[in-house]
Write a protein that binds this ligand. Structure first.
Ligand code: AP5
Length: 209
């Protein structure tokens, strides 16, 4: 089973993927995480990607496509994966097709811009485990009680100004993928404004239908 998680920034793609992999054994491949790791390690790719990411722009297709192809060629992907944040453009989707990567379903996470901005400003990631949390009580999951505050970090692009730019990029470059995957009869709409547990249940039901 190979899945694509599609949706605006802050829709919950990463959070839901982390929960689905626990039960299914699928591998989560987040192009955002791979790029942030490259930036941290100071690789050539990381140096090229940083400026785009910090300003809320998409990293050029050729760089991301090569990185993704290298990742899915690894052994741990043989039993299936969730592509979280890829493809983000029509050329990226075409590259998957050209590489003969079979996709079973595309989960399309729908959520309003206001909710996205709220969720993103409260997002924190655990430095030690990579787990995604949110510090606002009405968001989920919250860090467990007593979780050390210095283990939680905020992403450089998680501020209102950059999120608004990321939303513009999403509308212009990524949203056309909805029609692209409807035509291929792969798209499943998911209401991502619901409670986390409900969304996880909806995604699991869609996977097994
Ligand atoms: P990336 O890391 O992929 O960021 P994104 O797509 O903008 O998505 P996010 O990670 O911001 O959101 P998410 O949907 O995963 O939400 P999350 O689950 O964390 O990309 C970053 C940058 O890298 C891009 O801007 C670009 O520059 C570059 N890049 C990456 N891939 C690329 C590609 N393919 N091509 C070109 N460039 C690329 O949830 C958000 C928060 O809400 C969390 O705190 C969570 O706890 C909370 N939450 C989630 N669900 C719920 C819920 N149901 N109820 C309450 N709270 C919730």
């Amino acid at each position: 089973m190979n899945l694509i998680f599609l949706g605006p920034p802050g829709a919950g793609k990463g959070t839901i993927a982390q929960q689905i992999v626990e039960d299914t054994g699928l591998i989560q491949i987040s192009t955002g995480d791979l790029l942030r790791a490259a930036v941290k390690e100071g690789t050539e790719l990381g140096k090229k990607a940083k400026e785009y990411m910090d300003s809320g722009k998409l990293v050029p297709d050729d760089l991301v496509i090569n990185m993704l192809k290298e990742r899915i060629a690894k052994d741990d992907c043989k039993n299936g994966f969730i592509l979280d944040g890829f493809p983000r453009t029509i050329p990226q989707a075409d590259a998957l097709g050209a590489a003969e990567v079979e996709i079973d379903k595309v989960m399309n996470f729908n959520v309003s811009d206001d909710l996205v901005i709220h969720r993103i400003t409260g997002r924190r990631t655990s430095k030690s485990t990579g787990k995604i949390y949110n510090i606002y009580p009405e968001c989920a999951p919250n860090p467990p009680e007593g979780h050390p505050e210095n283990d939680l970090q905020q992403r450089a692009d998680d501020n209102e100004e950059v999120v608004k730019k990321r939303l513009v990029q999403y509308r212009e470059q990524t949203e056309p993928l909805i029609g692209y995957y409807i035509k291929k009869e792969l798209l499943v709409d998911i209401d991502a404004a619901k409670k986390l547990d409900e969304i996880v249940a909806d995604v699991k039901a869609a996977i097994s239908s």
